[in-house]
Design a protein around this ligand. Structure first.
Ligand code: ADP
Length: 297
């Protein structure tokens, strides 16, 4: 599977430009699309799943223009939208059975077997007879992913799946996705939560105000922040000054005051140790320093 996005622009009727000349190539595995709210992630997802047309540019799936092959491509797409809701009082299994019919699974016996297989996969088999709208937030999200998976899609698009989930459910959801990514599929995970882009994403993109500002493996993004993350022990007085001058990313109280981590282009004028950056550090560094520097250049 291969998705090629070429020269994609989206301008809404009110003049908002949500996407600016996006060029991207996606291959099998998990792809993380990261960016702050309003960056253009949902717009890009909606174009990918053919729910919305771009203003210009094309998306090719295995060489086929998605606008010209909508019907055929929809059958290989699974989509979990950001605002996924259950409108009816169907039981959990009935809801998935209904999704299966929509996905084109005609044979009832096979469909029911598939429903239970998927309920098991996302850990909902025990609650199969509970009304879908009575499930907890995390369970609903897992039922959402099950409905995106029914019919064996080759491309799975999930938009902000972990918003509002507690840490346990977030990890559980991430594990389900990373298991799926072992198959011959492309999973596109859109999120504004940096922690969702785990090491299971082979590749990622960073969107900011409609522009693609980074594309590559997460390790490459992290590499940009190497040598720019510092840990310091500060007195309360020093901490007040550092807060003004630096990008503080974590603060822990200690006996003598505060232990803080900052991202900075230059070495801070306080006793400090270099910290090995993680993806959160890298995101802050990239958004606050690299991008600003590039804009000034
Ligand atoms: P994200 O998913 O990253 O939060 P969106 O794609 O939802 O970003 O939005 C990108 C930009 O497009 C934002 O400035 C948003 O206000 C704007 N936008 C989104 N949908 C519409 C719409 N239907 N009409 C006008 N502007 C929109």
């Amino acid at each position: 599977m291969k998705i090629e996005i070429r020269g994609l622009n989206k301008i809404y009727p009110n003049g908002n430009q949500a996407l600016k000349d996006i060029n991207l190539e996606l291959e099998n595995g998990m792809f993380g699309l990261l960016g702050p709210n309003g960056a253009g992630k949902s717009s890009l997802m909606r174009i990918l799943v053919t729910l919305m047309k771009p203003s210009s540019g094309v998306v090719l799936i295995d060489g086929k223009d998605i606008q010209k092959h909508r019907k055929e491509l929809r059958s290989i797409l699974g989509y979990l939208p950001q605002d996924f809701r259950f409108f009816s009082a169907l039981k959990t299994w009935e809801f998935l059975d209904y999704s299966g019919s929509l996905a084109g699974l005609r044979n009832r016996r096979e469909r029911l077997a598939e429903v239970d297989r998927l309920l098991d996969q996302v850990g909902l088999l025990e609650v199969r007879d509970r009304k879908a709208n009575r499930l907890s937030g995390g369970m609903k999200r897992r039922l959402g992913i099950a409905q995106a998976l029914i019919g064996n899609p080759r491309i799975i698009v999930v938009d902000e799946p972990t918003t509002g989930l507690d840490p346990d459910e977030r990890i559980r959801f991430r594990n389900i996705l990373s298991q799926l990514s072992q198959n011959d599929v492309i999973i596109i995970l859109s999120t504004h939560i940096v922690g969702d882009i785990s090491s299971t994403c082979q590749s990622m993109a960073l969107l900011n105000r409609g522009e693609l500002v980074f594309n590559g493996p997460p390790e490459d993004l992290i590499r940009h922040a190497e040598g720019h993350v510092f840990r310091m022990n500060l007195t309360p007085y020093e901490y007040d000054k550092v807060k003004e001058e630096y990008n503080v990313i974590s603060t822990i109280p200690v006996d003598t005051g505060w232990e803080v981590q900052v991202v900075s282009d230059h070495i801070p004028g306080y006793d400090n140790v270099l910290v090995t950056p993680n993806i959160e550090h890298a995101y802050v560094y990239y958004m606050e320093h690299k991008l600003h520097a590039d804009l000034i250049e």
